[in-house]
Design a protein around this ligand. Structure first.
Ligand code: NAD
Length: 315
């Protein structure tokens, strides 16, 4: 039996600690265990976080070990090496695949009931590795996918058009990385497709050719942030919190998480960011949204790239 109000974070670096900070403020959990190969780091983060509890709702936050996963509903994995300036996410594949093998073996010793949420990069390859190695059902192995990339795009499009980014509806799908793609063909602002947005609103520049540079900015944003400050962590922490909320509150929200393509979009045996309904049991359903011919072919290419990486990782 698991406790729906208990989560674990494995890896307490920039991303893990920021995620813990965001989650403690979300009120979603009453218990959070932090695990890191560097036990002192986990202890330091737990202490720092728990000193803020008098400002928030009560909860238990502590540094622990894998046996503490027994009753955790959600296990978030952020452990592993991060990108260095000039590195791509895929450069991390061998280092992080090895780290993941040992982490997953530890997890399954203690629980087969949790939902595993992979954040470490390259997130799609590591989600696939986690799925295969854990033996968990595909619905309960999720990667953060392109949830962050989609948020970045909504922010930039909203700012460009002068509208609230929450009214921008679009997805980035495919690899969380260089081969990802925006789905412009169904992008809209509160139901108004982008090509018509200019007709009814004083704002100009909603047509997709004007928006393409915004996508390029999203695709390359991790490089720019890493160049400027060494790592990216705040927005991804909020993306993870959004996914956690959909699970814990059984929201059935549509989020572009990384999940196994099982015939969807003509793809199989690869994990990548696809719009999916996410609820208490993980991915309830992958949605096949309409794609233009170019988008479908770009998604295919992204999946092929990921499959090659999976083969290269020796899975
Ligand atoms: P970091 O180096 O600050 O932290 C990594 C942590 O993992 C360290 O505390 C380290 O001690 C720990 N660790 C290493 N091996 C471990 C093991 N075997 N068991 C337990 N803990 C272990 O890195 P970061 O900046 O926090 O980034 C973490 C990962 O998140 C990277 O792979 C990064 O690329 C990825 N990331 C993903 C997204 C996304 O959208 N999916 C966004 C940003 C970063």
């Amino acid at each position: 039996m698991f406790n729906i109000q208990k989560c674990a974070i494995i890896g307490c670096g920039f991303v893990g600690a920021s995620t813990a900070f965001a989650l403690m403020q979300s009120g979603l959990f009453s218990e959070m265990v932090l695990i890191d190969i560097n036990r002192k780091k986990a202890e330091g983060e737990a202490m720092d976080l728990m000193h803020g509890l008098p400002f928030l709702s009560p909860m238990q936050i502590y540094a622990g070990d894998y046996s503490d996963l027994r009753d955790a509903a959600l296990i978030i994995i952020t452990a592993g090496a991060g990108q260095k300036p000039g590195e791509t996410r895929t450069d991390l594949v061998h280092r992080n695949a090895e780290i993941f093998a040992s982490i997953i073996d530890q997890i399954v010793r203690y629980t087969r009931d949790a939902i595993l949420l992979v954040v470490t990069n390259p997130v799609d390859v590591l989600t696939y590795i986690t799925l295969k190695r854990s033996g968990y059902p595909q619905s309960r192995v999720i990667g953060s996918g392109t949830v962050l990339d989609t948020a970045r795009l909504k922010h930039l499009v909203g700012r460009h058009l002068g509208v609230d980014s929450r009214n921008v509806h679009t997805f980035i799908i495919g690899e969380h990385g260089d081969s990802e793609l925006p789905v412009w063909s169904s992008a809209n602002v509160s139901g108004i497709d982008l090509d018509h947005f200019c007709d009814i609103c004083a704002t100009c520049g909603a047509h997709t050719s004007a928006l393409q540079p915004l996508f390029e900015e999203v695709r390359d944003s991790a490089y720019h942030i890493i160049e400027a400050k060494g790592a990216t962590y705040y927005a991804v922490a909020l993306a993870v919190t959004r996914i956690a909320a959909s699970i814990v509150r059984d929201e059935d929200s549509v989020l572009p998480v990384s999940t196994l393509a099982d015939g969807h979009y003509g793809l199989s045996d690869v994990c990548l960011g696809l719009p999916a309904i996410v609820g208490r049991d993980g991915v309830r359903e992958v949605l096949e949204i309409p794609l233009s011919t170019e988008e479908a072919s770009n998604l295919q290419a992204s999946a092929e790239k990921l499959k090659a990486l999976i083969r290269d990782a020796g899975v």
